[in-house]
Design a protein around this ligand. Structure first.
Ligand code: GLP
Length: 264
């Protein structure tokens, strides 16, 4: 049963999710984060960037170049993100390297640079067409080698998808190539020059991969997400609502605004 937290807006949700991440990093400076793309996690990344910037300004928190994790005398936490590791949830298949909409580029632009993460610590599934047969297994191995994902940030699609696990995805699925639904291609067409430019395929962490993360933090805002949130949290466990898989997780936190909570 997921813990549901209802907040006023995305900014407040971002601060709450950032609190959980800051606590994790205080305990484990090399924490492994699961990084979602999409508009939903942006307020969380912004809140984290704010904390990291505030921490960098704190006096007297450096000893031999290393910051002490914890709370200083002024009450502000010190936060050093340089050793944090990350795994993106998914990637398009077949976009040329450096394409502005590849999730490698998006994660670099929206997460790695603003947070000051170390680029070599951040992994994204290999979306090159030549790697399609091996990208999934390679990614699973890399996650295991990192010791698993400590905290997985998740958005949710209006059809209940998480990552790119569209309705019908197996609850046991691991990272693999999937075909995007027409609905998702239409939804994401706004980011591309023409609707036809949206890739047909992706590489996504599976629902089974997501279940292995130690803590899931699912975020959703706005009325368009209300039905999917209700199905995820209270509906039957069903592959037609992939996010309902979170009910199988021992530590899942759902942070929603009142509009996204309206059908609960
Ligand atoms: C995409 C991503 C998902 C994301 C979803 C919702 O399909 N692959 O990870 O959760 O869109 O996007 P948004 O947060 O912009 O509503």
């Amino acid at each position: 049963m997921a813990e549901v937290v209802i907040v006023a807006n995305a900014a407040e949700a971002g601060h709450l999710a950032a609190d959980a991440i800051v606590r994790l990093i205080a305990r484990k400076p090399t924490a492994v984060l699961g990084l979602a793309t999409g508009s939903t996690p942006l307020s969380t990344y912004a809140a984290l960037a704010e904390r990291a910037a505030a921490s960098a300004k704190l006096p007297g928190t450096k000893i031999s170049g290393a910051k002490i994790s914890g709370t200083n005398i002024s009450g502000a936490e010190t936060l050093d993100l340089s050793r944090v590791r990350g795994f993106a949830l998914d990637e398009y298949l077949g976009l040329p390297p450096g394409h502005p909409q590849s999730y490698r580029t998006v994660i670099t632009r929206e997460v790695v640079e603003p947070l000051g993460l170390t680029p070599t610590n951040i992994h994204v599934p290999n979306g090159s067409a030549e790697a399609a047969a091996t990208a999934g297994d390679d990614y699973e191995r890399a996650i295991v080698a990192a010791g698993g994902i400590d905290l997985q940030i998740l958005g949710i699609g209006t059809d209940g998808h998480i990552g790119f696990n569209e309705p019908g995805s197996s609850f046991a699925s691991l990272t693999r190539v999937k075909t995007l639904t027409e609905q998702t291609r239409r939804d994401n067409a706004r980011f591309f020059e023409t609707p036809d430019a949206v890739p047909m395929h992706c590489v996504t962490q599976g629902l089974g991969t997501i279940l292995r993360a130690r803590h899931l933090v699912l975020l959703a805002y706005g009325p368009a997400k209300a039905a999917a949130v209700a199905a995820a949290v209270e509906g039957p466990l069903t592959a037609s609502q992939p996010a309902s898989v979170i009910q199988l997780h021992a530590h899942a936190t759902v942070i929603v605004d009142e509009q996204a909570a309206a059908a609960l």
